[in-house]
Write a protein that binds this ligand. Sequence first.
Ligand code: UP5
Ligand code: MG
Length: 190
Amino acid sequence: LGGKKVAIVFVLGGPGSGKGTQCSNIVEHFGFTHLSAGDLLRQEIKSGSENGAMIDTVIKEGKIVPSEVTTKLLEEAITKSGNDKFLIDGFPRNEENRTTFESVAKVSPEFVLFFDCSEEEMERRLLSRNQGRSDDNIETIRKRFKVFVESSLPVIEYYESKGMVKKINAAKPISEVFEDVKAIFRPYGP
Ligand code: UP5
Ligand code: MG
């Protein structure tokens, strides 16, 4: 990050657990900059970059984009930003994402916010979202759940073993989840 000193919170949880929704709330109240890895990748597709077609295919399959691609997008966004506190939403999604980011950014997160929610509830939310996402269909949703359990949960377990995870019950209504989130962020707020 070119020597830039930053505070990072990784916001993790299954597809549809409410990461994006709660990150918007945190930004409003606590002055963080929200970087959704998924949004950055979708922007790459739209911009017609050389990786766009590959990213599009990977997302439709519910798989994980190569670490160096996502890490570079995050690094650029952090460097460009005038802020020094970031919510990184939906990344790292596997152990390779984690180690790649660590070695490039040379920073470990303040903590990991983990939104815990049942697949049944997440599926309901994703199927009623209606924002035209290419991965919000039942076939891709099932693949996303499988990848989450097999590849992303181990990352959360890694941070858990270091005592760095703050787990939130994300199955409650949005405002109730945010009450629990606020209690965690209060020490970091303005
Ligand atoms: N909603 C939210 N909270 C609710 C609540 N408490 N009660 C009732 N409804 C609630 O919420 C989803 C929907 O639920 C919304 O309609 C919301 O109103 C409602 P949202 O806040 O959007 O949930 P979020 O967890 O952000 O769900 P999202 O679908 O974005 O999660 P994913 O992790 O699946 O998606 P992401 O964009 O991070 O990644 C997409 C794909 O990109 C991945 O599958 C992967 O292929 C690729 N990717 C990578 O390869 N690498 C990366 O590092 C990141 C992504
Ligand atoms: Mg999201």
